[in-house]
Design a binder for this molecule. Structure first.
Ligand SMILES: [Zn+2]
Ligand SMILES: [Zn+2]
Length: 279
């Protein structure tokens, strides 16, 4: 009923309980170029049963779109041949539609955009060039000169314009950690400069030769004596702070010099009209 009345508001012709060859849609949009069948599935239905019912729509060149209340067992990732969205009532008993864990929108907004093809499948998620990130600072004493240094890490994932979480450490991005990127370093140094009362002694990040490894690589090192901080010790110090709630942190915006992508198949609904991976 909510789909029908939403379509009425949008001026879209929608038929209830519409029957075709081997299928019966809860709501059918008899669009010439892109007919759509909406299926509302409140009782559990297995993935194989859903795919079997979906194949009838595919045969008839109809886009079958499913609303489930509960996750489909064994459906581990979103797929192009099966648009599935999870619905729930909000406090005002308006149906809300979840696009994965990325966005939650009301039914009207969903229908308006899905029917007009503003929600499209994409196999990858791509970072926005502007990112809001959280830096967390932690301490480490130089093993050589015993001076206290402040290190930092990026505590939040990056996001695509459709709000998918993109974890930099999962992206194929050289072998360097995200903290070595110039734009991230700048965010940290600007923060340290603007907050002198915190007395942050930021580590120096640069290429250093490691005798142990036998080559040069990007590393954290002592701000005072330039001694290299080995990855293991850095990781150890970071682990110590990760679950602390009162550590020094800073939320700020960075402009990424290059965007990056992760294989995250998803139904993309970008906030700015730029679908993931499109140029
Ligand atoms: Zn030192
Ligand atoms: Zn996307």
């Amino acid at each position: 009923m909510q789909i029908i009345s939403a379509c009425e508001i949008l001026g879209i012709d929608a038929r209830q309980e519409y029957k075709g060859k081997g299928w019966r849609a809860d709501v059918f949009i008899p669009n010439d170029t892109r007919p759509i069948a909406f299926e509302i599935q409140l009782s559990p239905q297995s993935l194989s049963k859903t795919l079997q019912r979906q194949s009838k729509y595919i045969q008839d060149e109809i886009l079958g779109c499913w609303f489930f209340e509960n996750p489909i067992p064994k459906l581990i990732e979103e797929r192009p041949d099966l648009p599935v969205f999870y619905v729930e009532d909000d406090d005002n008993s308006t149906l809300m539609v979840n696009l994965g864990t990325r966005r939650k929108i009301n039914l009207l907004t969903f229908l308006e955009n899905f029917i007009t093809n503003n929600i499209q499948f994409r196999p990858i998620a791509k970072t926005n060039s502007t990112q809001t990130i959280k830096l967390v600072f932690y301490e480490m004493t130089c093993w050589k000169c015993k001076e206290l240094n402040h290190l930092f890490y990026v505590a939040t994932p990056f996001h695509s314009s459709c709000n998918a979480d993109i974890k930099p450490e999962e992206a194929l991005w050289e072998s360097n950690s995200i903290e070595y990127r110039p734009e991230i370093i700048k965010l940290a140094t600007d923060f340290a400069d603007n907050r002198p009362e915190l007395n942050l002694k930021l580590v120096q990040i640069k290429e250093r030769f490691s005798h142990k490894v036998g080559k040069s690589y990007m590393s954290f090192g002592c701000y005072k004596c330039d001694s290299i901080f080995g990855d293991f010790y850095v990781m150890d110090a970071k682990m110590g702070v990760m679950y602390e709630i009162d550590s020094i942190s800073h939320i700020g915006q960075v402009e990424l010099m290059e965007t990056f992508e992760l294989d995250i198949p998803h139904w993309c609904f970008p906030e700015d009209g730029h679908f993931c991976g499109d140029h």
